[in-house]
Design a binder for this molecule. Structure first.
Ligand code: MD3
Ligand code: FE
Length: 223
């Protein structure tokens, strides 16, 4: 049933060159579908795990991957740091969502870029109430093709910085359940992070009772 108060998808907002935010891009039904898929993927062969940083600390975020298994700072087919299983295939339906995401974010002028987009890895991050992600660049991919980000569950504070330093200047934004963000062009290698989750802000109909899920699609450029 179409609820009276379903959010109306908003127009894309240009946050920086190549960085486009599309609030409410996923319907509640699509959000719940994505949560269910993430639950399935997390059942294995590779489970959600906190990636270990080179300094030895574990990230507070729990991650599972599709297509290629990511560890800081490398991709592999086998999850040596998470039980040794082989990473699941990247599903075609998700690649279709990625192409539509690019087209919707960048508009008709970029329709051919959208149609040609072939993501081969997805990183699914789960944030419990107190989890966060420090400022970093995503540089483990061998292409500069856009990253597509989908958020479901509790709101977060998202910090979008610049390509030179992990400090100011940056833009603080609130990401909500159903939001799409595309990071391409000059924004592809910008520093970014998630300093805070806002517990209890999600509509339970999104499928997640607590916490936040973020799925990013990328093109690794690996064989
Ligand atoms: C800007 N994830 O997985 S999504 C990550 O919410 C990551 O889980 C955050 O940073 C999360 O690497 C932020 C937004 C995002 C993702 C990739 C980007 C922003 C980006 C790549 C380049 C520039
Ligand atoms: Fe990132």
């Amino acid at each position: 049933m179409k609820a009276l108060f379903d959010p109306v998808p908003a127009e894309p907002v240009d946050v920086a060159p190549g960085a486009v935010h599309v609030p409410g891009w996923l319907s509640l039904e699509q959000q719940a579908e994505l949560v269910e898929a993430c639950r399935t993927w997390g059942r294995g062969p590779v489970p959600f795990r906190a990636a270990k940083l080179p300094g030895g600390h574990e990230m507070s975020v729990q991650t599972v991957c599709l297509g290629w298994h990511w560890q800081p700072y490398k991709y592999s087919r086998m999850a040596e740091d998470a039980g040794g299983g082989r990473v699941l295939e990247f599903p075609e339906w998700l690649a279709e969502w990625g192409r539509k995401a690019l087209t919707d974010a960048y508009g008709p002028a970029a329709e051919s870029a959208g149609a040609a987009y072939n993501p081969d890895t997805a990183l699914i991050n789960f944030y419990a109430d107190t989890a966060k992600m420090g400022m970093h660049q995503d540089k483990d991919e061998k292409t500069d093709l856009p990253v597509v980000s989908l958020s479901v569950g509790d709101d977060c504070l998202f910090r979008f910085g610049n390509t030179r330093t992990r400090t100011k200047p940056y833009t603080d934004l609130r990401l909500r359940s159903g939001d799409l963000f595309v990071f391409g062009g000059p924004s592809r290698f910008a520093y970014h992070g998630v300093p805070k989750i806002y517990p209890g802000t999600a509509d339970p109909a999104c499928g997640l009772a607590s916490g936040r899920l973020n799925l990013t699609m990328r093109v690794t450029g690996l064989a």
